[in-house]
Design a protein around this ligand. Structure first.
Ligand code: ATP
Ligand code: MG
Length: 422
């Protein structure tokens, strides 16, 4: 055994998990080199919020035994709950089991039940076993095995004096289900009682971040124990309201009133549009040019959308806009393919040819070339046809091709949302 590491951190609380401090350790040299991105930290932090816990410390350790032992000791000195991800595989650079054993002064012991689970998984998928796979069945003495339904590496938890050390596999598709089904329920039971805070989350579309900030700040001001945060992505502003005491409802009501139709709600634009279509029993057809099927991709991510989405056409060329959607050739000649008139004709054509209640269209210039002074890169015309009315709206978006496509897709979805909400 190595000499204990002298951490300058405060001693863990005697109240154990009830003190509520959580440290997350990510492991993997590839994370430090930027070869993979640490999504596990975000997934863990978001999941913990649902039971009222917050991450108070995070570190990323390379695949190095000594460094890992050091980080585990430091994390355990700073928090009563430590959640580590990665390094549970069978290869030489997977150190988590050994590091945990060393950090907590426990030896590694062979666990037949873990070994059986690993072997039966290999048999089921007819994967040849290697001798090194046996390593995965050695866990620190006293650890409880956390079964991994989506991979070979079992996780484990070491619990002592109300404090926890969780080791979960690195791949997110293995880690997240184990977090949800095995870690959260254990922690919720351990912390007991009520969550330490309540959250309310919502998205706003079409309003600049600064304006949203002013509105939310005004509503949250002088409410004791209330705070908020804003994040922005693809033109959407996400609000997270947090209250330590009482209910967020009065603030939520005030925000609803002030944000009006700009407030999308708790779900994404596509989910909100999907819900509205299904609730109203309406069908939809899409005609996409510069978004290249992105709106269709987003909508088809919504479960149950087959009851509403009839068809989507990527009508990239003028010829396709004319032959498939019936856009009049003179309209294109007179106004250009990126214009209110063509967007409107595309939306009407989409609804008519598919026999849908709602027709949506986007036509724009995603760049980097093809722009002009009158029609710059990032310009897009969006149109919605619904109940015999067609509305076209212009947007000019910053960023590269992908960013412009994303923004235009969101803008079009928001037009549909507004049309269906009226
Ligand atoms: P394996 O048995 O697959 O080796 P493992 O538990 O040993 O699993 P690692 O070897 O540390 O995990 O990581 C395997 C892969 O999982 C990495 O290459 C990376 O793609 C992904 N991964 C690891 N840690 C993270 C993280 N914090 N966020 C997102 N992805 C991660
Ligand atoms: Mg590995």
């Amino acid at each position: 055994m190595r000499k204990p590491h002298r951490a300058e951190a405060p001693r863990p609380s005697r109240r154990g998990a009830k003190a509520g401090r959580v440290a997350v350790l990510s492991t993997g040299t590839e994370l430090l080199r930027g070869r993979s991105t640490d999504t596990n930290l975000a997934s863990i932090a978001r999941a913990l919020e649902t039971i009222g816990l917050e991450v108070s410390y995070h570190a990323t350790a390379p695949d190095d035994l000594d460094r890992l032992v050091e980080e585990i000791r430091l994390a355990s000195a700073r928090a009563e709950i430590v959640i580590l991800t990665g390094g549970l595989g069978p290869t030489e650079d997977d150190f988590t089991r050994r590091a945990a054993a060393e950090a907590y002064g426990r030896e590694l012991v062979f666990r037949p039940s873990a070994w059986n689970a690993i072997r039966s998984r290999f048999r089921r998928f007819r994967i040849p076993m290697a001798a090194i796979n046996r390593r995965q069945a050695f866990l620190p003495r006293g650890a409880r095995i956390l079964p991994n339904p989506n991979g070979s590496a079992p996780g484990f938890v070491v619990e002592s004096a109300g404090r926890f050390f969780f080791a979960l596999p690195g791949p997110p598709r293995e880690m997240v289900p184990m977090l949800q089904r095995q870690v959260l329920p254990r922690l919720a039971a351990a912390i007991g009682g009520k969550p330490r805070f309540k959250l309310w989350e919502a998205r706003v579309f079409g309003m600049p971040e600064g304006t949203v900030d002013e509105i939310v700040r005004h509503v949250v001001a002088r409410r004791p124990g209330a705070s908020y945060g804003l994040t922005v992505s693809g033109g959407t502003v996400n609000i997270t309201l947090r209250v330590e005491r009482g209910s967020p409802l009065p603030m939520v009501r005030a925000l609803r009133r002030k944000l009006g139709l700009f407030l999308v709600g708790p779900k994404s634009l596509e989910e909100t549009v999907g819900d509205l279509l299904l609730r109203r029993g309406k069908t939809i057809a899409l005609a996409e040019s510069c978004t290249g099927g992105l709106i269709s991709h987003k909508l088809t991510n919504v479960a149950g959308i087959s009851a509403a989405l009839l068809e989507a056409c990527v009508c990239y060329s003028n010829r396709s806009k004319i032959s498939r959607l019936g856009v009049p050739a003179p309209t294109i000649r007179r106004h250009g393919a990126v214009s209110a008139e063509v967007a409107a004709a595309m939306a009407e054509g989409a609804a008519r040819t598919a026999g849908a209640d709602v027709g949506v269209a986007v036509t724009g210039i995603a760049g980097p070339s093809g722009g002009s002074k009158k029609k710059p890169v990032g310009l897009a015309w969006h149109a919605v046809h619904y109940r015999g009315r067609t509305r076209a709206e212009r947007g000019v978006f910053p960023g590269d091709r992908m960013a412009i496509k994303e923004r235009a897709a969101h803008f079009a979805l928001d037009l549909v949302r507004r049309a269906l909400s009226e």
